[in-house]
Write a protein that binds this ligand. Sequence first.
Ligand code: DX5
Ligand code: ZN
Length: 236
Amino acid sequence: MILSPSLLSANFGKLDEECQALEQAGVPWLHLDVIDGLFAPNITFGTPVIASLRKTSRLFFDVHLMIQNPSRYVEDFARAGADMLVVHAEAETHLQRCLARIRELGCLAGVALNPSTDCSFLRWIVHDVDMVLLMSVNPGFSGQKFLPVVEDKIREVRSLLDAHGGSTIPIQVDGGVCPENIGQLVRCGADVFVSGSAFFRFPPYDQRLAAFAAAADQGPLRAAAMTCSHWKPRQA
Ligand code: DX5
Ligand code: ZN
């Protein structure tokens, strides 16, 4: 499993130090929640904050764009230092074109689905995505309660991807994930886990990461897409 702590629950007064602490704790990814107050009810941060963190951090920047018409901004976020750009299917009319553009920009391309969004459309973009993000809360805020119906959705998306040539595409779950439910989510077929409140509220970070990893029971990892040709890991 890959843990991607959400910066939304970090101390905004010292984001740089938070990133360094995560890196030292052995956390692999950082989940950056960009919200525009239109697609979802909250306004968080944008490219200047990401570009500034990029100067000192080598974490994998997993940027979750909860913004309306994200194709308007993918160039800017790629330039700011995103490694992966995840766009919401509900927010983008020309989703395939947007995903292809993200890859052209040298980033991994992810697609996110709100809890109530049906997943059958994934069949038609299976060769355009590097990750599927399933929201397990309605987007906007950290600290919300996990919606259990998403467990069935993980199973359904996993079999849909496997049946259509996407068996290496990882599924990310975002919202209300904690050590108490991560084991079950791994068993359903999820690979990458976002955690905001359940991670940052319980320092030290290395021990919290270990608690998530132990509870996840090291399930199967479908991260092959992370080594694809259009994205290169950052050099030390
Ligand atoms: C919600 C965000 C999530 C959120 C997760 O809109 O996409 O990434 O920060 O926070 P927790 O883990 O507290 O639900
Ligand atoms: Zn998120």
